[in-house]
Design a protein around this ligand. Structure first.
Ligand code: ISE
Length: 353
């Protein structure tokens, strides 16, 4: 029978996941949502109750394929609710720690959007609490691992065909973000993706990070450092550079080139459909991550649902979330000091036994 999903936080990402669960994912059904903005939660619940692609009202939907979606004010009550089998956390990062502990307490599998938590210490507590249960329940929403282009790049590097990977060049641009998206968030919410990508592609922890800030774009308020340019030094000797620019104005662009001993490989060139017309040639630039990583999210969530059904997780773990948090914490320190900062990472074998 279908896994009954509750979603905490129905802003851009949570609402996108809600649509995905209702319209595209098999083996799962949306039963509850929670959001501090009750009107937003109510609107979504009404729109998605009943399930099918045509949508329908909550009343009309009762008894239809998807069933009704309940709005639960308190996110911790949603986590504990009897009708919720598994949880998607799409709340802001600062709310994650408490909600993750509630998921662990109730034994509920959880797909937690990044960042796992706001700092390394609380992320490590989450890792330890999960480890004590003896069963992994947490998957972190590093969706790029499920993007077919990133997955192909990973496969190519792992095949050894290009020899040993040496360098990774990353570009990560957003069209725009609100003035509330401060310098630390650019590290913790945006650059965190490259942190995970570098660790994952190269199969090594990041041991040192330097985050430089060029003179900011005029598109941000005083005090916000955008763009940022970071260098990661990995424990295996490889290095990665990252440009993160979250107010690029044009659209969403994520690119990555891996350089190995006998070749290089680039993904994210965005040359999907190229048209030639009226004296121009070109294609579209995606508006944001929901468009660019649409398929990655679908694959991520479907594989998560399938794995939860088997009592497993099938993706980035709480440890991956913790390691990324430790790197971002060092990254924020580096942004403030202008100096390289060593990453303080607990010993994996000591923590996980
Ligand atoms: C957002 O939260 C994401 O996760 C996107 O992938 C990233 O590009 C964006 O900068 C973040 O704000």
């Amino acid at each position: 029978s279908d896994l009954r999903i509750g979603i905490v936080g129905v802003g851009a990402m949570g609402a996108d996941h809600a649509e995905r669960i209702v319209r595209r994912i098999s083996g799962a059904r949306l039963v509850a949502v929670s959001d501090p903005d009750t009107a937003r939660a109510e609107e979504l619940a009404v729109r998605l109750s009943g399930g099918g692609p045509a949508g329908g009202s909550a009343a009309a939907g009762a008894g239809a394929a998807g069933g009704a979606v309940r709005v639960i004010g308190d996110p911790l009550e949603l986590v504990g609710a009897r009708e919720v089998d598994a949880v998607i956390l799409a709340s802001p990062g600062f709310a994650h720690a408490e909600q993750l502990f509630a998921c662990l307490e109730h034994g509920k599998p959880v797909l937690c959007e990044k960042p796992l938590t706001m700092d390394a210490a609380s992320s490590l507590q989450v890792v330890e609490a999960e480890h004590k249960l003896g069963k992994p329940l947490i998957q972190v929403g590093f969706m790029r691992r499920f993007d077919p282009e990133y997955a192909a790049l990973k496969q190519l590097l792992d095949s050894g065909e290009l020899g040993r990977p040496l360098l990774l060049h990353n570009v990560h641009r957003n069209k725009a973000n609100g003035p509330g998206f401060r310098s630390e968030m650019i590290v913790r919410d945006s650059m965190v993706h490259e942190v995970d990508v570098a660790r994952w592609l190269f199969g090594s922890e990041i041991s040192r990070i330097t985050v430089h800030a060029p003179k900011p774009t005029g598109a941000v308020p005083d005090g916000v450092l955008d763009p940022q340019f970071a260098v990661f030094e990995l424990a295996n000797g490889a290095m990665a550079d990252v440009e993160v620019f979250v107010n690029f104005q044009v659209g969403y662009e994520v690119r990555c080139e891996a350089v190995a001993e006998r070749g290089s490989a680039t993904i994210g060139l965005g040359s999907g459909v190229v048209t030639r017309a009226a004296g121009h040639w070109g294609g579209a630039v995606p508006e944001d991550f929901r468009v660019r990583f649409d398929l990655a999210y679908d694959i991520e969530v479907q594989r998560w649902i399938d794995a939860v059904g088997r009592g497993e997780i099938d993706g980035p773990s709480a440890w991956d979330g913790y390691a990324a948090a430790a790197v971002c914490e060092a990254g924020i320190a580096s942004l403030n000091s202008g100096q390289p900062v060593a990453v303080d990472l607990a010993d994996r074998r000591t923590v996980l036994g």
